[in-house]
Design a protein around this ligand. Structure first.
Ligand SMILES: Cc1cc2nc3c(=O)[nH]c(=O)nc-3n(C[C@H](O)[C@H](O)[C@H](O)COP(=O)(O)OP(=O)(O)OC[C@H]3O[C@@H](n4cnc5c(N)ncnc54)[C@H](O)[C@@H]3O)c2cc1C
Length: 500
């Protein structure tokens, strides 16, 4: 059925016949993002059970209706709640069951609507022997969606997709597949181990939405007796380059795990602490330099102290200050901090970096007209590379009213996940177009240096094209999984191109 109106009518009629309610979106519901984007939300379906959700996916396949799944829809800076092209939204937020918590082995089997705050609260109630790797995003985002998006968390289990297994996936063909040992029947292996014999296909469902993931098991971080963070401030370029070389060696030698390491330029740090342009602008005057945030944890006090001492000694002479923060009060009571999985969501302030006050609680960047875009380049683990990106941003922005910031998360001893953010005020009617042009300019400058993306928001998806043969094979795989081509069109499968 090629007529979109008839297609949508057929989809809604089939849903109604199956007893599944759907609504046409209200004017401001799922229609705004933190950047201008033309795609429209045509309908919203909020299934109550995973069986119902799977049925919606089947009906989309049968009627040819494009469908964009959302777990929580907190994808600010990458697409918010908008589909890439016109589509119905499958909102999975009601599927919020924690299906199983295994506190003996440190895993949780969860549905897509389970949030960071919810899972961490449950782990706390269970005694916090294991915790959720914390992150900088909204605490009401979905743990499962973040893992599917290959998000980053803090601590040894910070590579969230690496710790995700046993997915239950609904396909538009009406099939439902399990990727872990559960596909072979019940047994303990599914709870302990994510890689049954045979090819691994989980990757095809990450950053793709080629199927709708209805549950998955996530690995948790062991909570060790001692945890602390070292905040290392560095002022000069020469010291920063040397400090990054030292840091890299600390990761390679196992003193720090890669995911224990976060790096910030001053703009990133201040915009996460201070809310709004009026508070930020004076603090930024003359602010330069970099900060390192390093997590240290250990079950043995001697080992913990030795690690802290090695790190402090390593940066002596390079850092302008090194502060150590521990997560216990003087009387030994443990505080709830990011070190043991309590994400705070405070970084959302950075979306307001270009907005004048007053700023209302609760924060809602779509409602508040925050212009915000992420670029996510892979960077070499080097001070020179980070400085190069910072300089490139300063040159691209110039004197214009955009706010650019740079952070990075170590993912190995070789590579960093770069987090470049561009913020502007969408109330300024001229700024949106200029912001998209700036985004493209920065993306091109990063790519020209070989700093390719590990994650793309809607505007970047359009331009992402690989070698023709890779794209052709990806399209064939997508057709096998989703012959009707209804699953999140435009997300993972590049459009046909002339030379293909
Ligand atoms: C200030 C700030 C700081 C941030 N810091 C971090 C950070 O430290 N680490 C990090 O990783 N991220 C970070 N983020 C990114 C952000 O928090 C995540 O992208 C967030 O998890 C996405 O929102 P969500 O979980 O509600 O997913 P959704 O918006 O629901 O979905 C995200 C994407 O996944 C797809 N999808 C969702 N659910 C499914 C499903 N069940 N099946 C198939 N496809 C699905 C959707 O179609 C969509 O494209 C940050 C964001 C902000 C604004």
């Amino acid at each position: 059925m090629s007529d979109p109106v008839a297609r949508l009518d057929a989809f809604l009629a089939a849903l109604a016949a199956a007893g599944i309610s759907a609504s046409r979106p209200a004017r401001d519901e799922c229609q705004a993002a933190t950047f201008p984007w033309p795609a429209r939300t045509l309908a919203i379906v909020r299934p109550a059970t995973s069986a119902e959700a799977a049925h919606v996916v089947t009906i989309a396949g049968q009627t040819g209706q494009p469908l964009h799944p959302l777990s929580r829809g907190r994808n600010w800076g990458l697409g918010s709640r908008l589909p890439v092209v016109d589509a119905a939204i499958l909102d999975l937020s009601r599927l919020d069951a924690i299906l199983d918590i295994d506190m003996a082995n440190g895993t949780a089997w969860i549905e897509p609507g389970v949030t960071f705050a919810q899972l961490q609260a449950r782990l706390k109630a269970e005694g916090l022997r294991y915790h959720l790797p914390s992150f900088g995003g909204p605490i009401d985002a979905s743990v499962l969606a973040n893992a599917l998006e290959r998000g980053d968390g803090a601590g040894p289990m910070g590579d969230r997709h690496a710790g995700l297994f046993d997915l239950d996936i609904a396909l538009s063909t009406g099939e439902r597949i399990r990727t872990g040992h559960r596909r072979l029947g019940p047994g303990i292996a599914a709870e302990l181990h994510g890689r049954p014999a045979g090819p691994l296909i989980e990757g095809l469902f990450s950053q793709s939405s080629l199927g709708v993931v209805l549950s998955g098991r996530v690995a948790l971080n062991p909570t060790l007796d001692h945890a602390g963070a070292l905040l290392v401030e560095i002022e000069t370029e020469a010291a920063f380059d040397l400090a990054l070389a030292v840091l890299r060696r600390l990761v390679e030698s196992g003193v720090l795990n890669a995911y224990d390491v976060a790096i910030w330029n001053r703009a990133k740090r201040l915009s996460s602490l201070l809310r709004g342009r009026d508070a930020l602008a004076p603090a930024l005057q003359g602010a330069a330099g970099w900060g390192l945030s390093l997590i240290v944890a250990g079950d043995h006090r001697e080992l913990f102290d030795a690690r802290v001492a090695v790190i402090r000694r390593s940066f002596a002479g390079l850092a302008s200050s090194i502060d150590t923060m521990e997560d216990r009060t003087d009387s030994g009571e443990r505080l709830e901090t990011f070190l043991t999985g309590f994400s705070h969501g405070g970084n959302l302030a950075s979306l307001y970096a270009a907005k004048p006050g007053p700023i209302e609680e609760p924060l809602d960047p779509d409602r508040d007209g925050c212009g915000f875009l992420w670029l996510c380049p892979v960077l070499p683990f080097s001070g020179a590379a980070l400085r190069e990106v910072e300089a490139l941003l300063a040159e691209a922005v110039g004197e214009r009213p955009f706010f650019a910031a740079l952070g990075a998360q170590a993912v190995s001893g070789r590579a960093l996940h770069g987090y470049v953010s561009l913020a502007w005020d969408r109330a300024d009617s001229m700024a949106d177009d200029a912001a998209l042009a700036l985004y493209r300019q920065v993306a091109a400058a990063l790519a020209a240096r070989g700093y390719r993306a590990f994650r793309l928001g809607h505007p970047g998806l359009r331009e992402a094209q690989a070698e023709a043969s890779y794209d052709a094979v990806l399209r064939r795989l997508a057709r096998a999984l989703d012959p009707a081509g209804v699953m999140a069109p435009g997300r993972s499968v590049p459009a046909e191109r002339d030379d293909a």
